[in-house]
Design a protein around this ligand. Structure first.
Ligand code: FAD
Length: 239
């Protein structure tokens, strides 16, 4: 029995139509006499991008809360989703262990650090096999899935759909694209950023770990020694 090595997928499913025009119009609503609908009708892309940059540069980030993004995050561990759902300004729906049966190897993930060590992998696979057998025995005894799942490990694979607005996403990227974040959520967050930058670059200019915007690492002595601020900034700006 062998668990699948990490292989997550991130898909941007939907986002607010004309998100940059909408946020630009929202920003102008505070200073113009016209109604939001009139402003939105007249605003062009170049103006919207310029206004978003100026207003968010002042720290008035509430205007980008009007833009929403929905992602499907597939084939991740429960370790990852447990961290993801700590972000409270978001909506989530996750595959349920009350309904999905965890009785085959496709339902588990192996981190590459374990997959790359023959000894660690043997111990890991043996333990997963034992867990899986125990889980199946419990189901055979008539124990409901919602109780049999108490035996399941963090390696259990799951799918989740998440919706966040652009302001919360930027905050999420600050924390979770950072080298301090755990690898699986960091990979997902970096892929989410890559995809939103393609559709709405002005909303995500200088997004990424906090250092991209700040120019220094706010983590102090927790900063990983191998992390180079300038290289990280270059990498995320070119994403
Ligand atoms: C590297 C790293 C290590 C971590 N280690 C641990 C750990 O060891 N243990 C642990 O428990 N967690 C840990 N966390 C999780 C962390 O503490 C946060 O729970 C998580 O990152 C969500 O961030 P948040 O609370 O800033 O943001 P969100 O929940 O995304 O909220 C966004 C912002 O909204 C505001 N906000 C939201 N809710 C409230 C509220 N109720 N009151 C006031 N303001 C609010 C805050 O300004 C907040 O920053 C870790 C996170 C990271 C990135």
């Amino acid at each position: 029995m062998e668990g699948e090595v990490e292989k997550l997928e991130v898909k941007l499913l939907r986002c607010t139509t004309d998100a940059e025009l909408l946020c630009g119009a929202a920003a102008l609503t505070s200073t113009r006499s016209g109604s939001p609908s009139e402003i939105l009708e007249k605003i062009d892309s170049k103006t919207a991008k310029r206004i978003i940059k100026r207003i968010t540069g002042y720290g008035h980030a509430s205007v980008i809360e009007h833009a929403y993004f929905t992602f499907s995050i597939e084939g991740v561990s429960r370790v990852m989703t447990h961290q993801l759902v700590r972000h409270r300004i978001a909506s989530y729906t996750q595959q349920s262990q009350r309904y999905v049966t965890y009785d085959t190897i496709e339902n588990y993930l192996t981190p590459s650090s374990i997959a790359n060590s023959a000894k660690a992998k043997r111990i890991f696979d043996e333990t997963l096999e034992k867990i899986s057998e125990t889980y199946k025995k419990l189901l055979r005894l008539g124990i409901p899935k919602e109780d049999a799942r108490f035996i399941l490990p963090n390696a259990a694979k799951t799918n989740i759909i998440v919706t966040m607005n652009a302001r919360e996403l930027r905050h999420f990227f600050n924390l979770r694209c950072c080298a301090r974040a755990q690898w699986e959520i960091r990979e997902a967050a970096t892929e989410m950023l890559r995809q939103v930058k393609k559709v709405t670059p002005a909303l995500f200019e200088n997004a990424g770990p906090s250092c991209v915007e700040l120019g220094y690492c706010p983590e102090g002595r927790m900063k990983p020694p191998e992390c180079n601020v300038e290289e990280t900034r270059k990498l995320f700006r070119s994403l």
